[in-house]
Ligand binder design. Structure first.
Ligand code: MEV
Length: 422
């Protein structure tokens, strides 16, 4: 007998499958299932004025193979079709060997804004000459980071010539944060360095903060889908491949489309970033700034015809995420999510994240270039509307089916149908 699909299992059965695949502790199982998790008391150590805990669904995307390793991918998201879309595209990708991904060393950029300089050029020259001293001043600042091989990697001096306050200097401290997202480490380092920069330049260091345009910390993934895997319903594989390539061309050429195209990528990226307790605003900011790096906002991905006639895709973006420190350690579900994925380093997590972004982009383009996005959305959307209309758990499926059959998925209609069902 064929094994039932993960999708068709009950929640308990799905957790069993994961537990068989990845050996989870009872605590990790409880954190994933929602039976246990962050308490309000723990939450009140994280942010201010806590009154409770806010929940979102946690799904697990299937079929992902990244650099030859099968990875269950935890995704936290409120939007229907995202987890299914990623899983399905990962399955198509498997036929072409899965995702090939890489990530740069985890080097963050810390910025220092140096103003009130009597002679900007002289200050620049002085800083250039003192780079070694600057690096040494923050070497060993974080002994734990140092122990794991992190720490300062370089200093860059930039001149902002044209600004509303006149010319000023920007010092970039490049700092390897190893398996952390690194915001605290880099912010501490630039704050520490400020007095020395003032001493060297005779100016004033105003801002000391990381840059979310973490372009020293890029992750990239590529995938090839064999041509024959692209056919579905009445669509020929060539039609699907060429449709996806044309859809990509639209995003590459037009910022209005690129914003939506990249949003689709971030549906996948953010869902994993959130599941692992990372700062999704940081990753969002980095992604969109990177998409605009040429001066014109464009697509983060690229789709083209592969040499073997299939469809090839690539995605590159900054992925500043960690597996230690911050919320990744405090949130029980985030810890369990990292165990589930089996990632052992921050760059490895970034590799999975960028692969999921690429899969999600493909799911959206494939739907958009063929039957449109709404059809796939209908089923789950109908269930959401059914729940919103007050359907009991035993009524949700029937009510959703009725609305889908009528092609009328609206809350007022759901309420009417519910009355008829009672
Ligand atoms: C919806 O959340 C995402 C899409 O709009 C992405 C896209 O248009 O490529 C479907």
């Amino acid at each position: 007998m064929r094994e039932p699909k993960f999708y068709d299992l009950t929640i308990a059965e799905r957790l069993d499958v994961l537990n068989r695949e990845v050996q989870l502790t009872p605590e990790e199982m409880a954190a994933l299932s929602g039976a246990a998790g962050l308490t309000p008391a723990q939450g009140s150590h994280m942010i201010e004025n806590v009154v409770g805990i806010y929940s979102l669904p946690l799904g697990v995307a299937r079929n992902f193979v990244v650099n030859g390793r099968a990875v269950p991918v935890p995704m936290v998201i409120e939007e229907p079709s995202v987890v299914a879309g990623a899983s399905f595209m990962a399955k198509l990708a498997q036929a072409g060997g899965g995702f090939i991904a890489e990530a740069d060393e985890p080097v963050m950029i810390g910025q220092m804004q140096v103003i009130a300089l009597p002679d900007v050029q002289a200050a620049r020259t002085a800083l250039e000459a003192e780079k070694e001293r600057l690096l040494q001043a923050v070497d060993g600042l974080d002994p734990l980071l140092q122990k794991y091989g992190g720490g300062p990697r370089g200093v860059e001096i930039r001149l902002i010539e044209d600004s509303s306050i006149g010319p000023f200097l920007v010092l970039h401290l490049l700092y390897d944060v190893r398996d952390a997202m690194g915001a605290n480490a880099i912010n501490t380092a630039v704050e520490k360095l400020a007095p020395l920069v003032e001493e060297i330049t005779g100016g004033k260091v105003l801002l000391r903060i990381l840059s979310n345009l973490a372009d020293r910390r890029l992750a990239r993934a590529r995938v090839t889908i064999p041509l024959e895997k692209l056919a579905f319903e009445d669509y020929s594989p060539e039609e699907v491949r060429d449709g996806i390539i044309s859809a990509w061309a639209f995003a590459a050429a037009d910022p209005y489309r690129a914003a939506t195209h990249n949003k689709g990528i971030m549906n996948g990226v953010d869902a994993v970033v959130i599941a692992t307790g990372n700062d999704w605003r940081a990753v969002e900011a980095g992604a969109h700034a990177y998409a605009a790096r040429s001066g014109r906002y464009t697509s983060l991905s690229r789709w083209y015809k592969a040499e073997n006639g299939g469809l090839a895709g690539e995605l590159e973006l900054p992925v500043a995420v960690g597996i230690v420190g911050g919320a990744t350690r405090v949130l029980p579900a985030a810890r369990a999510a990292i165990t589930l994925m089996g990632v052992k380093s921050a760059p490895e997590l970034a590799q999975v994240i960028v692969s999921v972004g690429l899969a999600q982009n493909l799911a959206a383009l494939r739907a958009l270039a063929t039957e449109g996005i709404q059809r796939g959305h209908m089923g789950l959307h109908a269930r959401q509307v059914a729940v919103a209309a007050g359907a009991r758990p035993d009524q949700v499926e029937t009510l959703a089916q009725k609305m889908t059959a009528e092609k009328n998925i609206r809350i007022d209609r759901a309420v009417e149908l519910l009355k008829e069902m009672d």
